[in-house]
Design a protein around this ligand. Structure first.
Ligand code: URA
Length: 200
């Protein structure tokens, strides 16, 4: 069977990528999950949001960020004038890890070519990386999310760079409400960049 990289690279559209990922047997997460959770939102969005992986609600419904963390994400987006018609949402792990554990670096590495291709096909102007799994996997850094959050990075995508902002994950904010002040600061920085670029 072709490697994840070959499989992902061969996809010319997001629909093809979804089909190829659904047929991909290289990551064990697929075995225990109910279904693939590929994306939500607008494929032509200028802003792409990437989380960690599906929880129980997402696994059942088949769309990212539909549970409690997703409701908070919707509120965070609304606070800066965004909603799911203006963003595209995906995860670094496309299948729910057993018992909602954190996906391992190995699992994330196996699925990485697919999310990289997903970013290429959406080709957004801004990437929002929610939590350590998304930020570390996509930026290739080992730094903790508490240090990375709020610091813009350049994500290399084909022949260009995409501005990427690591932020705290809404599931973390539900457990640590005091950290919402930091999330709010980062949301305002995102809003400022979006307004400056005039992309919404
Ligand atoms: N948390 C995530 O990181 N992604 C989801 O889709 C849901 C919860």
């Amino acid at each position: 069977t072709a490697s994840a990289r070959e499989q992902a690279a061969g996809a010319r559209t997001l629909d093809e990528l979804r089909e190829r990922l659904a047929a991909f047997d290289g990551c064990a997460l697929k075995v225990s999950a109910t279904q693939l959770v590929f994306a939500d939102g607008a494929p032509d969005a200028r802003i792409m949001i990437i989380g960690e992986g599906p929880g129980a609600d997402e696994d059942r419904i088949g769309r990212p960020f539909v549970g409690r963390a997703g409701q908070l994400l919707d509120k965070m987006l609304a606070a800066i004038g965004l909603d799911r018609t203006k963003v595209y949402i995906a995860n670094v792990a496309p299948w729910r890890p057993p018992g909602n554990r954190t996906p391992t670096p190995q699992e994330l590495a196996l699925c990485l070519p697919f999310v990289q291709r997903q970013i290429e096909l959406v080709s957004p102007d801004f990437l929002v990386l929610l939590g350590a799994s998304a930020a570390q996997t996509l930026l290739g850094e080992k730094e903790g999310i508490m240090r990375m959050r709020g610091h813009w990075r350049d994500y290399l995508c084909e022949n260009r760079t995409i501005r990427a902002l690591p932020m705290l994950h809404p599931a973390y904010l539900l457990r640590a409400p005091l950290a919402k002040a930091q999330a709010w600061r980062d949301l305002r920085a995102l809003k400022k960049a979006i307004d400056h670029a005039g992309v919404v």
